[in-house]
Design a protein around this ligand. Sequence first.
Ligand code: GLY
Length: 373
Amino acid sequence: MDQTRHSTAAPRRTELRVDLGDRSYPILIGQDLLDDPSIWQGVGTGVAVVTSDRIAPLFLDRLIHTLEQSGKRVLSVILPDGEAVKNWETLNQIYDALLTAHCDRKTTLIALGGGVIGDMTGFAAATYQRGVPFVQIPTTLLAQVDSSVGGKTAINHPLGKNMIGAFYQPRMVVIDAAVLGSLPERELRSGMAEVIKYGFIYDAAFLAWLEDNLDHLLGRDLQVLEHAIRRSCEIKAEIVAQDERETGIRAWLNLGHTFGHAIEAGMGYGTWLHGEAVATGMVIAAGLSASLGHISEADAARVATLVKRAGLPVRAPALGADRYLELMRVDKKAQAGAIRYVLLKALGEAFVTAVPDQQVVSVLEAHMEQTSS
Ligand code: GLY
């Protein structure tokens, strides 16, 4: 447990911007930003920090201390941890705590945690008293490079992941790369899936950089991690600024997610981590892209090799192709029940298309684990 107070000098940080007109906001990236009271100057006095029972012992006291130094009145709300509890019951605990403490419409919600906490806190902020400000402090690599930026908020439904939610942008995202020092290995690798996704969909030079630097990233070299986080957030900010509501290019960010969400739901939420499922999904999507002739088999192999080197799974669980199709029909990209897939046109460029079920089934079967019986 790390409740240590870090240096008193203001931590060094860089700033990116998500450009959305009067809803634009900064992404602050640096180390030990949890200890920097100057960040909070523009935020109102009443704040509620929403976190999980796994993250609270690591970082909550530190953050409360910093917020109090900057003159805030702080309520904290500690939720159970994990994808399996990203549901109405847990969300309701946030409303209960806010109402019990008489929090008003000026209260800023602060999400301190991974993607589940960020998504649930964002949805609570979008709906509490018809909308209150919120700030994201992502504590996993996955949340730092993806879910904390762009305003997607949601809870799961037993019939589909993230099916109940809203687009609701944060006022600020604070990324403290130093928190990754205590991130469990499996979570670090899971986050790496979303980092390498940006190389596959948008930036072939970044992909080559990732291939060269993967060992430093997995070895938690903070300078290298910070660079990867910054480039990932730059790409995400660029895409979200063009297409906030996902009518076009934003769907590229879902490379591997259609297959991945089916794995997560089919195995039971929380069994596979989101990044693990997305990683396998990207390998299948690359295989499908190659089978349709958009990329070469060598390109598809390059995708699988990087995923494997990151310690992520490349084979899908043997749920059966029909079950996959059934699960994928509730994907949010589906239109009138027709599944739409994010595929690769090249390494560094994606597109969205429908594909005949038969073709998908044969690629899925080639990527599925063999059953032992
Ligand atoms: N995680 C994909 C998106 O934010 O659009």
